[in-house]
Design a protein around this ligand. Structure first.
Ligand code: FAD
Ligand code: NAD
Length: 479
């Protein structure tokens, strides 16, 4: 370390992004500090991935044990299945405590300095931290901004935290409404509709776009509708904008036609979850001190090495990662970006390869994907002048899925016809969130379908669904 700085690296924000960067920085021998204004672990640990997966695990078990048709197909009969809402909520709470503790300990064990307070950049190698204890100025050779995001609530929607709420409150599962409207059919809307319907609530999904689950590959969205929406107590309104939402008993929701903006329907429900996306937490970070303007939506502009840009030019020594950059609002993407920053600081130049970062919705069954959807791949093929092929492999042809009596599902690969390079992988079905890694690792390593088709998979496993897709895709290539 150059003696003139207090630290080699200072990170603002101890979410998953900041944590990943800090651990890697220590590995690389950097003297590191992390500044956190609220809870260690940020959104993912306290209000996101972790508690939501705990709720999904418990409610998923309730759904499974109440699915008499499925159990009977396995020769099982079960009496009434009961659950305790409070204890399910406590399971999520306890898990948050454990993971937050583990995360904090992993930092202290490695001697990362944890500084509590609000961090603000006052120069490209200087940060001020404000806390109840006062103000402290810190110098650092490099700075990472990992300030994360908060829920976005559209104008016209009033939040009271009890009858109209965002995921920040839903995660507490403080009550179970008989009828809950969910605005937005993205990840949060989908995962919470899984939780609520499993625990007996009636759900109404409101989506502004014409199709539900608009970011998924169309084939996957179609199956998702068939298995996650249609058979459940879910009513849907696509192409409808939630224009005004008034909390109370009942909650009143005015739905407008997306095109005309005219109110066409009014719903009265017990509760409303607003899951309409997230916005970056980039106010009051001192970005003006380094002449950085956020984009129209408030995201910090960065290049693929996560260097912060000011009017297109790199601001020396300042990096940003995670939700604050809006590149891919996922915990593992934030952490991967943090590792890339540290590699660059340590003069081992590295870019983030977004095409190989997988994503999953932890519904029952799960949905996962990596890379491009078919419409996106077609667009790219048109621009760059190549052809694409697609193959589909079905869970109903997989012995393990049939043994589990869970044969609803599909794996789809999109690849270049000329080279066999995989452009996208999409899965819906049992363990999809784990299965996707075989595809994402292949994308990261640039392995074409021809070589992937020779890999051997254990029989009988669900992974053979992917094996089958690789083999089908390789047909037509000389081996
Ligand atoms: C309900 C829900 C479920 C989710 N599930 C998943 C999932 O299953 N998988 C997945 O990959 N992603 C999931 N996500 C998304 C994931 O939580 C985020 O992508 C991830 O938390 C982003 O990490 P981050 O480090 O960029 O920011 P954050 O986790 O938001 O952390 C930023 C931290 O910075 C602190 N901070 C901000 N400004 C300052 C400042 N000036 N000074 C000091 N501290 C500051 C904040 O207090 C916060 O602790 C979910 C999100 C939600 C809401
Ligand atoms: N499993 C996971 O990885 C996971 C889980 C939860 C959240 N997340 C992350 O959290 C972020 C936020 O999730 P999200 O589901 O809130 O956002 P999202 O952007 O995925 O979906 C929001 C949806 O709300 C719709 N919408 C917006 N305003 C509306 C209105 N007024 N009326 C009707 N519909 C409206 C949009 O068209 C969109 O489809 C995501 O970007 C995701 O990366 C990830």
């Amino acid at each position: 370390m150059t003696q003139q700085f207090d630290y080699d690296l200072v990170i603002i924000g101890a979410g998953v992004g900041g944590h990943g960067a800090a651990l890697h920085a220590v590995d690389c021998g950097l003297k590191t500090a992390i500044i956190e204004a609220a809870d260690m672990g940020g959104t993912c640990v306290n209000r996101g991935c972790i508690p939501s997966k705990a709720l999904l695990a418990a409610s998923g078990r309730v759904r499974e044990l109440r699915d008499q048709h499925h159990l009977q197909s396995l020769g099982i009969q079960l009496g009434q299945v009961n659950f305790d809402r409070g204890q399910i909520a406590a399971h999520a709470d306890n898990l948050v405590d454990t993971i937050r503790g583990n995360l904090t300990n992993s930092l202290t064990r490695l001697k990362v300095e944890i500084i509590h307070g609000w961090g603000k950049v006052i120069g490209n190698q200087k940060v001020v931290v404000k806390s109840d204890a006062g103000e402290q100025t810190i110098t650092s050779r490099d700075i990472i901004i990992a300030s994360g995001s908060v829920p976005w609530v559209p104008p016209g929607i009033e939040i009271d935290g009890r009858t109209v709420f965002t995921s920040d409150d839903a995660i507490r599962l403080s009550w179970l409404p008989d009828w809950v409207a969910i605005i937005g059919s993205g990840y949060i809307g989908l995962e919470f509709s899984d939780v609520y319907t499993a625990l007996g609530s009636e759900v109404t999904i409101i989506e502004a776009l014409d199709t539900l689950m608009p970011t998924f590959d169309p084939d996957i969205a179609k199956i998702a509708k068939r298995v996650l929406i249609d058979p459940r107590d879910i009513d849907t309104h696509a192409g409808r904008l939630a224009k005004k939402v008034t909390p109370g008993s009942p909650v009143v929701i005015e739905l407008a036609d997306v095109k005309t903006k005219e109110v066409v329907e009014v719903l009265e429900v017990d509760a409303c979850l607003v899951a309409t996306g997230r916005i970056p937490a980039t106010d009051n970070l001192g970005l003006e001190a380094i002449s950085v303007d956020t984009d129209r939506r408030g995201f910090i502009p960065v290049n693929d090495r996560m260097q912060v840009l000011s009017q297109g030019e790199v601001v020396p020594h300042v990096y940003a990662i995670g939700d604050a950059t809006g590149k891919m609002m996922l915990a593992h993407a934030a952490s991967a970006q943090g590792i890339v920053v540290v590699e660059n600081i340590c003069e081992r130049p590295r870019d983030v390869n977004y095409r190989s970062i997988p994503a999953a919705a932890f519904t029952h069954p799960e949905i996962s994907f990596v890379g491009l959807t078919e419409p996106q791949a077609k667009e790219l093929a048109k621009t760059e002048g190549f052809k694409i092929n697609t193959v589909r492999s079905y869970f109903k042809a997989n012995s393990k899925a049939l043994a589990e009596s869970e044969a609803d599902g599909l794996a789809k690969l999109i690849y270049r016809e000329d080279t066999g390079e995989i452009l996208g992988g999409h899965i819906i079905g049992l363990h999809a969130a784990d299965l996707i890694h075989e595809v994402s690792n292949a994308v990261a390593q640039g392995q074409p379908v021809q070589s992937l088709s020779h890999l051997v998979h254990t029989h009988p496993t669900i992974s053979e669904v992917i094996d089958e897709a690789f083999k089908r895709a390789a047909t037509g290539f000389a081996h």
